[in-house]
Design a protein around this ligand. Structure first.
Ligand code: CU
Length: 494
């Protein structure tokens, strides 16, 4: 037997081994030994684990490349955008942002994009982790009730945005079609205690912020780049209260932060924290000791920090009206022992009234206006938003105020006793001592430039909330009080 024959035998045996793994390769080899197509991978096959925000799939521990199968379904569904406000979201996986995917540099991905039979629109996916035309968009264009398959190789590590790129592209993204895919470097990321997924997006609704009901998409506002909502993880309050992110003192936290846009750039900041490390724009450059990091629309960043003291740390887009007036606000709640050296907490609170000080006005007073008359219920609904934007920070969400600083509005004897006096305080601000429910306060409330109807609505809301006695304040009543001289603490009897 010649050397040549032996070689052939060996190659046939090894071919047979491969064949058992892949029938299609088998055909190719049997029909003349041609090389398998590059799409016919011989890597071990792994089914990707995908997670909804704010969760992240576990770090990858394998040390080899794999063929990763990702199945994702686009769904269109009505969900909560804010309290009392619904929106028809278009989603990757049923929530906004879309499911988080985690693969390893060098992996080959088989991507199966299914479009729910209930969908009205076709969708596709453009993944910024893909090297190839459209990032997969054309290959993944999928009609309702269909599944498209394409594959790609993850050549370069990083944190990448994916989004729908079906026309009108801005509308598909504006309705919530974006998410993140992490391509972990071969060496992996350094170990941390907690990983979370946070993604910002701007929303454009026919009604203004807080206007209740099912709100349709507003193309005109989207083109003008004037969103009514800027939110983390798809809705106002998605990361607040019970849904806040959590950590313990001493732990390290890694935030995978994306920005779906469609329009705004995010100035991502965690109040009371400094990022020890930021992987700038989701790439390999590491910046250290960062206060606020810019996240482009269609971009991402990885922010890492150790939490040293307990408390609630507020995540914001530091274009700050977006945080307090449009929803771009989330929370990280840290529990554990205090460290009074790192942060003391308040050590003293004394009244500071320099010569000539008085209640201040935040802006020029507005004059009477011509808003249409609202029903009491409409006033309460609108007043809630006025309250949340202007009063909540001091008087608190439950109206209980803050002891020794801001008087309660809940079950308030002072408030319920005299509506006109309350109007006067909103119009002109107030300073000096005050007794509410038997407790003494001495703080300053600034006059806030609210319209007469905003003041009327806010007061009507408060009077009908927090265990107060009910009642109604009208814009006309506020207009009337505008003509009355401001009441000061020296000539009132509360
Ligand atoms: Cu789409």
């Amino acid at each position: 037997m010649s050397k040549f024959k032996t070689k052939v035998l060996v190659s046939m045996v090894s071919a047979a081994l491969v064949l058992t793994a892949c029938a299609q390769v088998n055909e190719k080899l049997a029909s003349g030994g041609a090389k398998a197509e590059s799409t016919k991978s011989q890597l071990p096959v792994i089914q990707a684990v995908l997670t909804h925000a704010p969760d992240v799939p576990a770090p990858i521990t394998r040390k080899y490349s794999a063929k990763v199968v990702i199945n994702l379904e686009t769904q269109e569904k009505v969900m909560r955008l804010a309290d009392g406000v619904d929106y028809m979201y278009w989603t990757f996986g049923g929530q906004v942002p879309g499911k988080f995917m985690r693969i390893r540099e060098g992996d080959e991905v088989e991507f199966n994009l299914s479009n729910s039979p209930d969908s009205k629109m076709p969708h596709n996916i453009d993944m910024h982790a893909v090297t190839g035309p459209g990032g997969g968009a054309a290959s993944s264009f999928t009609a309702p009730g269909h599944t498209s398959t394409f594959s790609f190789k993850a050549l370069i590590p990083g944190l990448y945005v994916y989004h729908c790129a079906t026309a009108p592209v801005g509308m598909h993204i504006g309705n919530g079609m974006y998410g993140l895919i992490l391509v972990e470097p071969k060496a992996g990321l350094p170990k941390v205690d907690r990983e979370y997924y946070v993604m910002q997006g701007d929303f454009y609704t026919k009604g203004k912020y807080g206007e209740s009901g099912l709100q349709p998409f507003d193309m005109e506002k989207a083109i003008k780049e004037q969103p009514d909502y800027v939110v983390f993880n798809g809705s106002v309050g998605a990361l607040n209260g019970e849904k806040a992110l959590t950590a313990k003192v001493g732990e390290t936290v890694r935030l995978f932060v994306g920005n779906g846009g469609p329009n705004l750039v995010s100035s991502f900041h965690v109040i009371g924290e400094i990022f020890d490390k930021v992987y700038v724009e989701g790439g390999t450059t590491e910046n250290r000791n960062v206060q606020t990091t810019l996240i482009p629309s269609g971009g991402a960043a990885i922010a890492e920090f150790k939490v040293d003291v307990p408390g609630t740390f507020i995540m914001v887009d530091h274009s700050i009206f977006r945080a307090f007036n449009k929803g771009a606000l989330g929370m990280l709640k840290v529990t554990g022992p205090e460290d009074k050296i790192i942060y003391s907490g308040k050590q003293a609170d004394k009244v500071y009234l320099p010569e000539g000080s008085a209640a201040q006005s935040i802006a020029n007073k507005q004059t009477a206006e011509t808003d249409k008359a609202l029903s009491k219920d409409e006033q309460i609904a609108q007043g809630k938003h006025v309250f949340e934007s202007n009063c909540l920070a001091c008087h608190q969400a439950n109206g209980e105020g803050i002891p020794n600083a801001f008087p309660p509005l809940a079950k308030s004897d002072f408030l319920n006793a005299d509506h006109n006096r309350a109007i006067g305080i909103l119009l002109n601000g107030r300073s000096g001592p005050i007794t509410v429910n038997g407790k003494n306060f001495d703080s300053i409330m600034p006059a806030i430039a609210l319209s007469s109807s905003q003041i009327a609505n806010a007061l009507t809301y408060v009077l009908n909330s927090f265990g107060n006695n009910g009642g109604q304040v009208t814009a006309a009543q506020v207009d009337k009080q505008r003509k009355v001289a401001p009441v000061t603490s020296s000539n009132e009897h509360g």
